[in-house]
Design a protein. Sequence first.
Lengths: 83, 351
Amino acid sequence: MVEHNLRLEDIDRLGQALLTLTGELWVTRDRVRILEAALVNAGVLTADELDQLQPDTALQTELDAERARLIDTMLAAFGRETD
Amino acid sequence: MDYALGQRGRAAIDFVCDLRSRSDRFEARTDKRAIAAGLDHATLPDDPEQLQALVAPLLEADPEFRILRMCRDWTLEQHGQIAMAAFDEIRARIEPGLRALQAGPATLRYADDLKPPAYWEGFEFHKSAGGWDGHDYMGFVHGELIHRRMVNPNFAGVIYALRKSVAELIPMNKPSKILEVGCCSGQYTQGIAEVFPDSEIWACDLSARQLEQAQRYANEHGLNWQLFQAAGEDLGVEDAVFDVVTSYAMFHELPVSASRANLREYLRVLQPGGYAVIGDIKAYHAHKPYERWKADYWNQEHGGDPFWREYASNDLAELALDAGFAEAEWRGIGERQYPFVLIARKAAANG
């Protein structure tokens, strides 16, 4: 039985997946940071309130779809997606 | 108890669940290729180790299978840490409510001189960081955050119904006193209480933190469960006091020697004519070869379940008869034959 999940031939795809994921992460971080700043500057809420905010059903549905897309994008970079 | 997770904990748990479900596509595709290659053929070896030696290298040569395993390894290794961090994020808000729920009709008796069995102590089943007792609210972390929010969605939301379906198989109309062994945070106990609302319910576990969560659940719902800390092979109660002794998903976490000791102890504490009802994983003999290989690979080899193979390869009915039960039947439930349930009867007083 092999000791490792990834073999040498997987390394390039791993690098691609990590770059893809990092790109997605930065887009999100950038968006969150400017959104936080805009909300705090406008006096809408404080940083603490943001931590405790609960998404409503519509927003949760949107987040679920976005998260699925993020994971699919990463997995597509790993797999060969033959289907 | 109503509670809301913080943003980080909620998002991290959502990610764990979705990574698991979205990566399942690799399993579907590797299954298809494996079956097309003849790996579901009846001539494959019955012996699990021989089957592993034959099938694992073929699957591990498939790149998509290796990615699937990487995703599952990550999920297994991270889920406990993520759940504990999610709790700590909201601790200040929910701890007063959790403390308040320690008071109520349910009682909890700790063992002063508990000697945990070697197979249990210091081992993190399912690679779950923190094990059963590794956080002061590990019962909430495991029962609510891991089981309800992570495991249940990955089992199509049926884990509570499966537990209740085993309680419904208890072949008595109105047992007066039921004991559940290995109750953990009380998820099967809930099912028992729903099926037998008029019965006196006792439940034990080795983990103090899990029992505390079971107590909070019972108190919240006005249930007078009698909870106590004990191993199933040494219950510390009098002879012949229960009509039913039951458990769910505990036996596959025991070596076969402990299964035998448990069954002997159940026989001792059951009244004449009483029943042992044990629900657990599917027996290997009921699997097709490739399905058996998958169950063995993902649980025994990679799932942090060291006794899975030993349990699933045995015949629980035979163990029950060896222990002294008068009758024993062990069979799969429904079309999927899951869970497998042992129903064993102790001889009546007149034989």
